[in-house]
Design a protein around this ligand. Structure first.
Ligand code: MN
Length: 434
């Protein structure tokens, strides 16, 4: 088993692991952040298995996969990414192979975990307990748009609901629904700004007490997910009564998995495991259903991010680290920020205003000779700057690789090309110079 190491890849691996266990096949699991000739060679050398099963990775490198693996082993790919032009493998399941992806969009309607689910579902009599992971993977790959699933993801949701694997309900959409105490989740709500509650702990406690909600139970602080439906309604009514503007934006569909976690938060948790290079830990937690162990990871990840943000804040005046330029900010983190986490740090630093936009580009050393690049643009400049195109072109020009989304993109480049890369970015963004 070879799986991508992000949330979707981990979800696809969970599905494949449970599936293979159920049909009594032994296997070894490998997680990779990318599939190169070298990495495939390494996997083949270390794992003498007759079948190589790729999930959420492999389609884009099917040429390399087919030439490296050869005829002695059977190759199965379950993926949703763009497919390489060349290469033949034994079994290849990917929506992009059907009419060039025109019927089912691998970008928005099914994830690597979803495709892996379909493979398992075609063999198992009852695959319902795998359904939540098809949705967690899709959520991790930002396929849930405007809080809705579509295409095959929608079918997975309906089936999962039918089988009581997920609960879809109307409720308060606070970040930290299952991972923060109710007081913290409410206090940290900034959109909309809740006068007397936002950033005001005693105000929050007072408000909740007035609604008659118990803030603690025998297990400690209660989270929103610990509340009964009736209690949640009391909070909503309390907020409405106070007449906050925009409070309706906090109400909406909430997806609660049968393990008690809200889907968005569970997918961030799996993502964190990947970034901390602990995808196997996530796999074990889910396969063995030991969700309590997830808290340590959540905490470790939170600690790492705050450590990096404080390094960044301390270095704001050091222009070898934080370069303020006409298009925004360059964070030249060197080896001070983990390359797996530079993306998250760049996002938070941009959104919170620690560094200034409109564009923020973070760079951190990866391996000895590579730089991981991560870029963000603020919403007001959404029309003017298209980051995935910019990153794809700029990275390629210096012998690297880049891509991503319009407002968040990144890539990897050779370390000694850093200055030329910066110059290319500056040239391409020169329209932002007044
Ligand atoms: Mn994916």
């Amino acid at each position: 088993m070879v799986s991508h190491y992000d949330c979707d890849g981990i979800s696809s691996a969970i599905i494949a692991n449970i599936f293979l266990d159920e049909i009594d096949k032994s296997f070894e699991q490998v997680f990779l952040d990318e599939l190169t000739e070298e990495k495939i060679k390494d996997v083949l050398e270390k794992h003498d298995q007759p079948v190589v099963f790729f999930t959420d990775i492999g389609s884009g490198q099917r040429d390399v996969v087919s030439s490296e693996i050869g005829d002695e082993r059977t190759v199965l790919i379950a993926d949703h990414h763009e497919v390489a032009d060349e290469g033949e493998v034994d079994f290849h399941v990917n929506p992009m192979l059907i009419n060039n992806g025109e019927e089912i969009d691998g970008g928005e309607e099914i994830s690597g975990a979803g495709v892996t689910f379909l493979v398992a579902d075609s063999v198992l009599d009852d695959s319902s307990k795998l359904l939540p992971y098809a949705l967690v993977g899709a959520t991790g790959d930002i396929q849930k748009k405007d809080n809705c699933f579509k295409g095959p993801n929608r079918d997975f949701l309906e089936k999962a609901e039918e089988k009581d694997m997920i609960e879809v309900k109307n409720g308060l959409r606070l970040y930290g629904r299952s991972s923060k105490s109710l007081v913290k989740a409410l206090k940290y709500t900034t959109e909309p700004y809740l006068e007397g509650i936002t950033e005001n702990e005693s105000g929050t406690v007072q408000f909740l007490r007035n609604t008659g909600i118990e803030l603690r139970d025998d297990d400690g602080w209660r989270s929103l997910s610990d509340l009964s439906e009736e209690e949640e309604k009391r909070i909503i009514n309390g907020l409405i009564k106070r007449g906050y503007e925009g409070v309706e934006n906090l109400l909406g569909t909430v997806y609660v998995l049968n393990n008690g976690w809200e889907i968005q938060e569970f997918s961030s948790l799996l993502n964190a495991c990947g970034k901390l290079e602990k995808p196997k830990k996530a796999l074990d937690i889910c396969v063995n259903e030991e969700y309590d162990k997830a808290w340590d990871i959540k905490k470790e990840y939170g600690r790492k991010i705050s450590k990096y943000l404080s390094i960044l804040e301390r270095k704001l005046d050091d222009d070898t680290f934080v370069e303020k330029t006409f298009f925004g900010t360059l964070i030249k983190a060197g080896n001070r920020i983990d390359p797996n986490i530079i993306g998250t740090v760049t996002t938070i630093a941009t959104k919170s205003g620690i560094v200034e936009g409109p564009v923020v580009v973070g760079m951190a050393e990866k391996e000895e000779d590579k730089l991981k690049i991560s870029s963000r643009v603020v919403e007001e400049y959404e029309e003017e700057v298209v980051l995935n195109e910019l990153m794809e072109d700029a990275c390629e020009e210096v012998g690297g690789k880049g891509g991503g989304h319009r407002m968040a993109a990144g890539g990897k480049i050779p370390k000694d090309e850093r200055d030329r890369f910066i110059k290319i970015i500056k040239d391409s963004l020169k329209q932002l110079k007044e």
